[in-house]
Design a protein around this ligand. Structure first.
Ligand SMILES: Cc1cc2nc3c(=O)[nH]c(=O)nc-3n(C[C@H](O)[C@H](O)[C@H](O)COP(=O)(O)OP(=O)(O)OC[C@H]3O[C@@H](n4cnc5c(N)ncnc54)[C@H](O)[C@@H]3O)c2cc1C
Length: 303
């Protein structure tokens, strides 16, 4: 192991995801670019705040890479008009700090328990606004190299982005708008009021994307699914598009519940959650050491 390699630990992903389900994985927490480069040499997944993830019950064969605290920017936002922030920065704290500094643009993200990197990848937001409204540029690690890309090259859409394959967001540049704390807080109060019906227990936010022109929650509610339960996984009675973990749910329980909901709703609902270690879910990114280019270079060196 090189001096730059962080120490991996075997961790149950149920402890690192908000739905509190998921099997073990080798987790690499990295504190600088050199460590991130080392950690992404072999096949990997990238974990942010774990708030939009469903991970299989079985152990993952690929490692999980997490950005450590040195990738977070907890301090003051300066004038915030153009600010680089670490991707491990927690969004809830960021929204509060922006309000405190009288900076507008992030109010729509109130209540999203993400890290900034995960919020970029999912283009997180609400009908009051999304991350794309403020995002200017990202700094990525792609196949072991640092790259910067402007936001308009990221294909940001509804809960969607198109980053280069395997890219890890390390930093993001946001442009916030000078306002006043009072004005920002009044917008936040509106967002908060719209969130009132959401459950406060373990969940991973909305399970399904809204189909065009409709709301997944409305369809699920109309199909009589509120309170539907498999083991300790239940369709929230407060918000039909939330699946909650009442205590000891497993991923299999959650999957069985999602199938039951789809069967009752009777139309194609697309999952918003990312899935790891599950059929049809995300495959791990190819480690840069295993890319065809790296193999070519090695063979040219006669290794
Ligand atoms: C109670 C609750 C309420 C929610 N409300 C909302 C809401 O109102 N609006 C909304 O949009 N979402 C909401 N969500 C869902 C979730 O918070 C968002 O999708 C969020 O963007 C996920 O960010 P994360 O950091 O937790 O990412 P994770 O769940 O850890 O990962 C999500 C995806 O991003 C990738 N990723 C994470 N970090 C990085 C990185 N640094 N570089 C590259 N890839 C990365 C992961 O590989 C994965 O593919 C809610 C969730 C909960 C639990």
């Amino acid at each position: 192991m090189s001096a730059d390699a962080p120490q991996p630990r075997r961790v149950a992903l149920s402890t690192l995801t908000t739905l509190k389900v998921g099997g073990e994985a080798e987790v690499w927490t990295v504190d600088d670019e050199a460590e991130l480069r080392a950690a992404t040499a072999e096949d990997y997944y990238v974990l942010g705040g774990g708030s939009n993830l469903l991970v299989g019950d079985e152990a993952l064969y690929a490692r999980v890479v997490r950005l450590g605290p040195s990738f977070a920017t907890p301090g003051a936002l300066g004038n915030g008009v153009d600010v680089w922030l670490g991707a491990a920065t927690r969004v809830p704290g960021l929204v509060r700090r922006a309000a405190h500094a009288g900076l507008s643009g992030l109010e729509g993200l109130l209540g999203v328990p993400a890290q900034l990197g995960g919020a970029v990848v999912m283009n997180a937001g609400t009908r009051f606004g999304c991350l794309a409204d403020t995002l200017q540029e990202v700094e990525l690690m792609v196949e072991g190299r640092v790259e910067r890309l402007p936001a308009d090259a990221l294909g940001l859409g509804y809960r969607h982005s198109r980053l280069p394959a395997g890219a890890v967001v390390m930093r993001a540049r946001l442009r916030l708008t000078p306002s006043t704390t009072a004005r920002v807080q009044s917008l936040m109060a509106e967002v908060d009021a719209a969130r009132k019906g959401q459950p406060k227990v373990k969940s991973a936010g909305c399970a399904f994307k809204n189909p065009p022109g409709d709301s997944a929650g409305r369809l699920i509610d109309a199909a009589g699914c509120k309170g539907l339960r498999v083991g300790d996984a239940m369709v929230s009675v407060e918000h039909a598009n939330f699946v909650v973990n009442l205590g000891n749910a497993s991923t299999s329980d959650v999957l069985a519940l999602l199938s039951a909901v789809r069967e009752r709703v009777g139309e194609r609902l697309e999952l918003e959650w990312r899935r790891w270690g599950l059929p049809g879910g995300d495959q791990p990114h190819t480690g840069w050491k295993r890319t065809p280019e790296a193999a070519d270079e090695r063979s040219q060196r006669g290794e």
